[in-house]
Unconditional design. Structure first.
Length: 667
């Protein structure tokens, strides 16, 4: 009973020290609760977008280790604040086992408070954020029902975190003597040594990482190379703070300006602080960078969804059929296709005569060397490999039907339309047929664009007959071919489009006159349905992006707050002595503010530089989803950075007051 009352008294009397840790555990529990309650809610099954639950679960998997890490960081700071108290207990006769027992009881009370308060707050916020989530994914069911899994999972995560905290507490108290516990708050007071080699190595790793990210090419090794660049930048970031900043500050001691009061105090204070806080500054930088990258990527996916859908499907409804019985001939006859359309019209009573028919010869992956005269005689199996290009064959007749103005072409003349990259030869030998390149098209409208995963281009032929000849000349690999399809594209209302798509596919599967050899397979696409599915994915990613971004920012804010408190406690005596030897309050205040601003805003500045280095790579990832609006990317990036800078500044205003109060209380 004595230990129980002692633990309660400690929390009550030192609640100012316990409050930041309790706030951290509450925030992490609530964020996990919100994601789990939505991801495992039975209501998602009623939305007819079941795949979005997978996206939320992926977000939960990413969130869990970060939330546990933030809780461990917060608790280690709490232990450091209370180490003097534990040391006094030991000196006064309370054994290590009893001290550990008291610390565990304190953790138990904090766990109970976290679970009770977190569940109440989590239920309230989950109800509200579920409405936001439904609006993002385009759903129409707004009542959130909680499942057992959704409630149990965040509890298990929190219990796991507190078990780890208990182990840390036991190890810390057991492996430290009374004296070390009493003085642990004042550790790290020696000036760090200057390490010129590590400073140079850190800057070199940053430069190499930036170079790899900026010059990376879209190929099968893209993700591996980018991951390597990220690792180099992370290591370089920590070396920048641990070694380069110390090397730079020591060089500042050589100039005349060093002996000015503000410069003298700030430089020396920073030197003493960097050894203890360099890793914390690196952590803040990495977390802020991750927040920027996560938010920019997810916002771009959401903002560019409609643009991507319109580019890939310019008409609301697409009906297509292919002849799977002969891959060399490919396209079905007009008679077969007209019969499909006629039966669809009879069943739906919807007029399809205003639609546009053409033959889509698919894409072919080939090697296109950078030269004036190109020979193509082999189809490659994957356009994701370095140096390969996706090539479409489209006739001038088709593009004119779709509303394009294309100049007349002589036989064996072609035009080239580049989606990405530069390819402008004077001639092309296409599987033995010589073609003369007459130029490049400036714009192609109403034709589905290529997904810009790699280099993509279009060859525009003089007419339909020539397009078919070029297609039939292709030497196909076993896994490197595409079957030509006859298509009809048309703009219909949402209801009519759904009816036509359903009827067309059903008729193609069941009509006996179309089931003879060679087999005709019918396919159909509805932009409204695809947009709904795409919105579900992008909205889910956006929701997770904001959740993870908020987690990273909270983690950075907590580290900043703890750093300010720790530095304030360590600096208060130094500033008191400086004032006693003649430094005015105004000079003390200026010195304090100068030191805070420099240490506080360095991580956000470095994070923005990191994002600038990764900008090209992130753009290529966004382009892989078919979103190619550069101005939109710049606007979103600028908006996200501005938002995070504003939030960072607010954190600065709040936490800097704590530092100033601690220091000025004693000066």
């Amino acid at each position: 009973m004595f230990y129980l009352k002692l633990a309660q008294r400690n929390i009550r009397k030192s609640f100012k020290n316990f409050a930041p840790f309790l706030l951290a555990t509450l925030m992490m529990f609530v964020l996990n609760f919100i994601l789990a309650s939505i991801a495992f809610s039975p209501e998602l099954d009623k939305l007819d977008i079941k795949s979005v639950a997978v996206v939320l679960i992926i977000g939960q998997i990413i969130l869990i280790p970060f939330s546990i890490g933030i809780e461990i960081y917060a608790y280690r700071f709490l232990l450091k604040k209370r180490s003097r108290e534990f040391g006094l207990y030991d000196i006064l006769g309370l054994g290590k086992a009893q001290i550990i027992f008291v610390a565990l009881l304190e953790l138990l009370f904090l766990l109970i408070a976290t679970l009770l308060l977190g569940t109440i707050i989590g239920i309230i916020l989950s109800k509200f954020l579920f409405l936001v989530f439904i609006a993002l994914i385009g759903g129409n069911y707004f009542n959130l029902t909680f499942s057992v899994v959704g409630i149990v999972m965040p509890i298990i995560v929190t219990l796991t975190a507190f078990v780890l905290l208990a182990l840390i507490s036991m190890w810390t108290i057991h492996h430290h003597s009374s004296l070390s516990l009493l003085h642990s708050e004042n550790q790290g007071e020696r000036e760090p040594k200057s390490r010129g080699f590590l400073a140079f190595l850190g800057m070199l790793l940053l430069v190499i990482g930036y170079y790899m990210a900026i010059t990376i090419k879209v190929n099968s090794l893209m993700i591996i190379i980018f991951a390597g660049a990220v690792i180099l930048v992370i290591i370089g970031t920590y070396l920048f703070y641990v070694a380069f900043t110390i090397w730079y500050l020591k060089r500042q001691k050589r100039g005349r300006k060093y002996y000015q009061p503000e410069k003298f105090i700030t430089t020396n204070a920073l030197l003493y602080r960097m050894k203890q806080n360099a890793i914390g500054l690196g952590n803040i930088t990495i977390l802020v960078t991750m927040a920027i990258v996560t938010l920019v990527t997810t916002v771009m996916l959401q903002a560019g969804l409609k643009q991507n859908m319109m580019a890939n499907m310019p008409f609301t409804t697409e009906l297509s059929a292919m002849n799977t019985g002969d891959t060399r001939v490919g396209n079905v006859t007009e008679e077969q296709f007209d019969r499909l359309l006629s039966l669809t019209e009879q069943q739906t009573h919807i007029d399809l005569t205003k639609g546009i028919q053409y033959v889509d010869y698919g894409t072919t992956s080939v090697q296109l060397p950078s030269s004036e005269h190109v020979t193509v005689n082999h189809v490659m199996s994957s356009a994701s490999q370095s140096g390969l290009t996706n090539v479409e064959i489209v006739s001038r007749d088709t593009l004119i039907k779709l509303g394009n103005k294309i100049p007349k072409l002589a036989p064996n003349d072609i035009l080239i339309h580049n989606y990405a990259g530069q390819f402008n030869p004077k001639s092309v030998n296409w599987f033995g047929q010589s073609l003369r390149v007459k130029g490049q098209t400036e714009n192609v409208k109403n034709y589905p664009t290529q997904s810009i995963v790699g280099n993509s281009m279009m060859i525009v032929t003089a007419n339909d007959r020539q397009a078919k000849q070029l297609y039939q000349r292709i030497t196909f690999d076993a896994d490197g071919y595409s079957i030509a399809q006859r298509k009809l594209v048309i703009n219909l209302s949402k209801i009519d489009s759904k009816q036509v798509v359903k009827a067309f596919k059903s008729i193609g599967e069941n009509d006996s006159n179309l089931s003879s050899v060679p087999r005709v397979s019918a396919f159909s696409s509805d932009r409204f349905a695809l947009l709904k599915e795409g919105q579900a994915y992008s909205g889910g990613f956006l929701f997770i992006g904001f959740t993870l971004g908020l987690t990273f920012i909270i983690g950075a804010a907590l580290i900043i707050y703890y750093k300010q408190i720790a530095e304030g406690e360590q600096d208060k005596e130094a500033f008191r002595i400086l004032q006693e030897v003649g430094l005015s309050k105004k000079e003390v205040s200026q010195t304090i503010n100068s030191q805070i601003r420099l240490l506080f805003f360095m991580p956000i500045a470095v994070a923005v530089v990191h994002f600038a280095g990764a900008y090209i790579m992130i753009s290529k990832i966004i382009n892989a989803f078919g979103i190619t609006n550069d101005m939109l990317m710049l606007s979103v990036s600028g908006g996200v950075i501005l938002l995070i800078v504003v939030m960072y500044y607010l954190i600065y205003k709040v936490t800097s007051r704590s530092y100033v109060k601690i220091v000025q209380r004693h000066v």
